[in-house]
Design a binder for this molecule. Sequence first.
Ligand code: COA
Length: 334
Amino acid sequence: MSSDLPACGVRICGTGSYVPERRMTNEDFARTLDTSDEWIVQRTGIRERRICDPSREGTFEMARTALERALDSARMKGSDLDLIIVGTVTGEMTCPSVAARVGAAVGAVPAAAFDVSAACCGFMYGLNIAQGLIRAGMFRTIAVIGAENMSSIVDYDDRSVSILFGDAAGAAILQRDRDPRIGCLYQSMGADGSGWHSLYLPRKPRDVPPFDADNPIRLGNIRMNGKEVFRFAVTKFREVLEEAMKRTDLTADSVGQIICHQSNLRIIDAARERLGLPQEKVYINIDKYGNTSAGSVGLCLDELWRAGKIERERPFVMVAFGGGLTWASSVWRV
Ligand code: COA
């Protein structure tokens, strides 16, 4: 995408998020699995995560609440929305989309609605698509939500996967603005499906590749090769972030906050150190929530937005990578 100034701008009008009340600490895992708080903190930076109570909440409820909070913060009603995009791989059903149900729940009918399946990049793919549609003049006001009920697809007997993930939703409302200087300055999205088996969610026996056939795999649960994903992520994070900053002439001094998908503190730190970025500019909340997949970037954005840490005029950067394999970046000025 060229970074030429668009004819109209895109304003972030409000943000919202939701995390379940239920906490699951590293000690909770150590009670049932051969693991420890020390191992988990050292390898991932995670101390606790939030887990849905399946009797009363899941992806739909989290997405709806995050959107209601974003609408409140934007002082808007559901009926102001023209389109709702939900990034998720844990929708209750493939049909209908989570987005359509959320739209009806907040009074947004007949706003268009669809889900995006890009794993941990779901929110960022949604955000990039949304701002492009606004700039193209097709929609005026769009809600983008990332919502993920990871606890519903994690095998809690698998210590190398279960300790990583938590549940959350984050939302942002975008609107066409007359000031062409504000909005997305640069975006990138990519995928390499040849690496799909590093991180996948098999539903049927034939989804399991031959080299995994002898491993204990529960259908409906995430299967991950941690080392492969780690290698991919360390390189990709740095590349994608570096390219986004280069294309927008941002330096460690001039850039505002950097929001990385919260996958693993070591992966984020490696990219930060390689690019010489100061610690205070790279937002971290993985210690409290773990990896919430598509929920993560929206949740970080909402926390920073509400804390007043997204500065006017100083561009901020979002980056993510995830299953697919997928990656994305987005640089914004507000
Ligand atoms: N507690 C204690 N030991 C554990 C463990 C746990 N929770 N999970 C795995 N181990 C063990 C392994 O079984 C292995 O034991 P072995 O040497 O006897 O076989 C040992 O620890 C080392 O495992 P390894 O996989 O090499 O650890 P690691 O340093 O690569 O860390 C991850 C594991 C999962 C934390 C790391 O690979 C990772 O973060 N990968 C990226 C995952 C990710 O980001 N996924 C989401 C993408 S959006």
